[in-house]
Design a protein around this ligand. Sequence first.
Ligand code: NAI
Length: 468
Amino acid sequence: MSSENTFDLIVIGSGPGGYVAAIRGAQLGLKTAIIEKDKTLGGTCLNVGCIPSKALLHSTEMYHFAGHGAAEHGIDLTNLSISIEQLMAKKDKTVAQLCNGVQFLMKSNKIKVFNGFGMLAGENKVRVKGAKDETELSGKHILIATGSSTIELPFLKFDGETVVSSDQAIAFDKVPEKLAVVGAGAIGLELGSVWARLGAQVEVIEFLPTIAPTFDKDVSKMAERLFKKQGLNFNLNTKVTGLKKSKGKQFLTAEKDGKAIEFEADKVLVAVGRQPYTERLGLETLGIETDEKGRIPVGEHFKTSADGIYAIGDVITGPMLAHKAEEEAVACVERIAGQAGHVNYDVIPNVIYTEPELASVGLTEAAAKEKGVEFKSGKFNFAGNGRAIASDGTDGFVKVTACKKTDRILGVQIIGKGASELIAAAVTHMEYGGSAEDLGRTIHAHPTMSEALKEAGLAVGGNAIHSA
Ligand code: NAI
């Protein structure tokens, strides 16, 4: 094989896991290639996931404020209107800017980009099927970072028109009158919020008794109450059974307490999770088997059962989050290069970008209980925070959970305006093994929402200043 097609590291997939792995590889002196099947780099996150949804959330939050909050500030916005076409154009511009940014990073790091479908084709071999031709590459190390795809419900198959995944729900050309959302996780709540703010009547159907079930119950409960006020209607403990058409209308059918119910809907967004994407990857050529959930099992340092093949991100175990994939990418490639890369799985932040936002890190109280860890929690409501009062951010709280014996922080949960940014301070404290008292004694600028974190740290010891 020509030296042109021979690499130290070949990365399959250019999402946050893949492209970060390629950059780290290049930084460490590895001759690196990256393969991407889609037209643009960046994977789900940049193209149809994190970034476009955040762009839509930002635009619609401003629109919602203009229609519902501006008047109180003396801002007169009568005759307010919104163009969905322009809203989508703004989102597309954001996506394009970031995808081009990744392309630029590949170029500046001298990473060779192959456009086409990457497949394992034997020991150290990868085949790239392009639109017109096929190329064979040779790699000393091959990293699978192919991510995940949406999960389809067998009785509610995607048709791209009525029953859709987030891929289409970020690009509707008009506001659905009635939108049914199946699943009250991150995607359901974020995209449900976007379309509710734009005027859709949104029914969220969730199998479990709470929305945002990965958060502590008090966070989920408050979120449910606040989102209800924004027009999202929740149907919990409800099992979706299918879709029925009658008299030119469509109805999502479901079951609650043994009773059949139905929701009229012109669009149904199915957001019940994602699954590892390993289709046609050629895992069988190297004897790599997937587990019961379709994930690629990895051992030490992200090694699969085949020599020289590694896997990271959504295709392996753990939360399907871009930042988790990025950390694994860096750790995996550093190990390949003989360094000591490591991922701290106990400190991975988790965020839902609604208004208010939900953010957490570490153990929930429920998980601490399950592990038999004795803990104490301190809570501080944003209602007692000056900056929150001055900037319409009083809904929500910060809760710090710490080990009863050592005071070491086990987890932090935040529901509130800007929680996605606030959680970073908690992550840092936890990364360094900080205690609740450390957090409580750390100086935070006044007036900031972050003071609520400090107060929650103090509250663990019963010492919060601004609470009754
Ligand atoms: P998810 O796993 O976050 O939530 C799915 C929800 O659907 C759960 O509450 C589950 O109980 C419910 N559910 C499952 N089957 C159901 C059924 N048949 N009927 C009714 N409810 C049902 O999955 P989601 O929201 O689709 O997101 C997919 C992945 O992408 C997740 O891993 C998520 O963490 C990630 N993601 C992260 C974002 C973020 O970090 N802000 C944003 C969007 C997605």
